[in-house]
Design a protein around this ligand. Sequence first.
Ligand code: KIV
Length: 260
Amino acid sequence: MKHSELSLFKEKSQKITCLTAYDASMAKILDQAGIDSILIGDSLGMVVQGGENTRSVSMNDMIYHTSIVSGACSNALIIADMPFNSYNNPKDALNNAKALINAGARMVKLEGGSEHTEVIKTLISNNINVFGHLGLQPQLVVSSDDYRVQGRDEDSAKTIISNAILLESLGVSALVLECIPSDLAKTVSEKLKIPTVGIGAGSDCDGQVLVSYDMLGITKGKQPRFVRNFLNNQNSISDAVETFIAEVKEGNFPSQSESY
Ligand code: KIV
């Protein structure tokens, strides 16, 4: 799928499905199950490398995982996360984004809003397709206590809305909304022409993303309420992924009790 097709999904009111992959075997399963897009997330810092947060992930890590995931896929749109400290200024951001595109990504995702205006302008004017990420920004999380629902008060909700509008006006193609109240995600999704892809942001987003290790029950410990174990009652990982796709497409995931 091409990045430009993301907006067509929204125009046709079809939900976008996205899961993370970090290796060729999982990427092949997701691709063959018919997932629309695959994110090589810097969540690999936790789920693959066993770290506390995403901050230790390097550009070399992202290039390596992007190249093996993209090499295993024929259909899904491949999105690679720009890791912490890789987009501190427009010049570094452009070099690093180009390296991820050369490794096989069709789009790069970066966290944050107006503070990255110059970076985003530079990437887009150099034909790099950008996926935004607002709400909870995992790269700002240092300890597990920092995982909190964002945008609950009026001021922070307004900031998320204004950043979303700004990112769209800069030419960003789509937007992850993480861990925000579903009412706020609905407002943002209605205000934008570009699609929103939610994680812990309710069912009114234009698509849904989960960390594959979470939705397969591999991640241990207490899970946030937006994580559903899709492997429950299924015979294989492929069946679990197909169930995720069907539940998102039909608007059955997330439910109200899986939202804020
Ligand atoms: O790194 C990641 O897996 C992500 C998702 C949580 C959206 O950014």
